[in-house]
Ligand binder design. Structure first.
Ligand code: F6P
Length: 381
């Protein structure tokens, strides 16, 4: 019998966090179950810092469906299995503090923990589940790269923002006969760039899965010039890299072990400069950044988040723990967290772009690749 549940939101913010929280809380309330939210992701679980979530009497979870961000905060650097602390001597140490989290859950009698987050968050969720905690994951990220699901919440909003940016860049490109480069997020997967390029009618899309040849991109733009088109729109994923080259890294962070400390960024500027030299056309780069994560969710993301939230609570009611809510063959479903972490079996191991990490990248035979090529979008190859 479930009486009390807790939710945590972890990783970079996305539109839809609150809609998922609302879906879980409303379903819980329908069954007389109390809901709470740990503050600032896994940090709240570690510090036992939580608030009551309710949709009644102006409770915290009321009126949050269209709200961006997360009403219970989030953390991008908390791996409780490898937590960064400063010891008494002022030195940095990494400690496995997961037992404290488990004790907190047990002492305050939480029957289930919902983990809203991407691959790293679900990795820790799987590790907690291995240690006996009832966990249910919900796949979040604008990057759309969580394994085992066709779509994550927050992604559709990010693509919509990127599409609008492309529409607006078209104006300047056409008026001033320029190459307009748009750098979008996505980490090591090109979903946002690819889908936004199709939605916005871009001429080029560079994604991490297809290392690019800048000469081929320049040829595409020159061919357009020959046909009287003196402008081009180039969408570049932050993880795009040239053939035989490396990704452009803005800086390395020190957020601790077990989290991806690589901060990507800057490839848009590099591509714009090279294209200006190769084509003679003026080029400008725009880096979309956190615009993609902020603001109100699209209708699609509100519905997807509500489906995910209600499904997650339904799984708890059925006693199906250690699962992740997913969309599989277009349908709402669930898979084991074990499947989601794949080869990343070692407890507390590093997430992100490692050989073990099980993130979902664009496959070269994907419909989006075929569609992009059919409408003449150059993919840098
Ligand atoms: O994973 C989501 C994401 O927005 C990526 O697309 C991007 O690379 C990264 O997070 C940025 O992270 P931060 O908030 O730490 O700058």
């Amino acid at each position: 019998m479930i009486k009390k549940i807790a939710i945590l939101a972890n990783g970079g913010d996305v539109a839809g966090f609150n809609a998922v929280i609302r879906g879980i809380v409303k379903t819980a309330e329908n069954h007389g179950i109390e809901a709470y939210g740990f503050l600032d992701g896994y940090n709240g679980l570690l510090k036992n810092d939580y608030i009551k979530l309710s949709t009644a009497d102006e409770g915290k979870a009321e009126g949050i469906l269209p709200k961006g961000g997360s009403i219970i905060g989030s953390s991008t650097n908390a791996n409780v299995f490898n937590y960064k602390i400063t010891n008494e001597n002022g030195e940095i140490e990494y400690k496995d503090l997961s037992d404290i989290c488990i004790k907190n859950m047990q002492t305050d009698e939480f029957d289930c923990l919902f983990t809203l987050g991407g691959d790293a968050t679900q990795k820790s969720a799987r590790d907690l589940s291995t240690k006996g905690i009832n966990v249910i994951g919900v796949p979040k990220t604008i990057d759309n790269d969580v394994a085992c699901t066709e779509i994550t919440f927050g992604y559709n909003t990010a693509v919509s923002v990127a599409m609008e940016a492309i529409d607006r860049l078209h104006t300047t490109g056409e008026t001033h006969h320029r190459i307009m480069v748009l750098e979008v997020m996505g980490r090591y997967a090109g979903w946002i760039a690819l889908e936004a390029a199709i939605a916005g009618g871009a001429d080029v899309a560079l994604i991490p899965e297809i290392p690019y040849d800048i000469e081929k991109v320049a040829s595409k733009i020159k061919n357009r010039q020959k046909r009287g088109k003196n402008f081009s729109i180039v969408v570049v994923s932050e993880g795009a890299k040239p053939i035989n080259g490396e990704m452009t890294i803005q800086n390395m962070r020190d957020n601790g072990n077990g989290v991806d400390n690589t901060k990507l960024g800057g490839v848009g500027q590099v591509v714009a400069k090279q294209l200006e030299e190769l084509t003679g056309l003026e080029s400008r780069n725009t880096t979309l950044g956190y615009m993609q994560r902020g603001g109100t969710p699209t209708a699609f993301d509100r519905v997807l988040s509500t489906k995910y939230g209600t499904k997650a609570m339904q799984l708890a009611l059925e006693g199906k723990f250690g699962r992740l809510t997913v969309i599989k063959n277009g349908k709402l479903d669930d898979v084991s967290l074990e499947e989601v972490v794949g080869n990343n079996t070692e407890i507390g191991a590093v997430s992100g772009n490692t050989e073990q990490s099980n993130i979902r990248k664009v496959t070269l035979d994907h419909d989006l690749i075929k569609t992009a090529r059919s409408v003449g979008i150059n993919l840098g190859d």
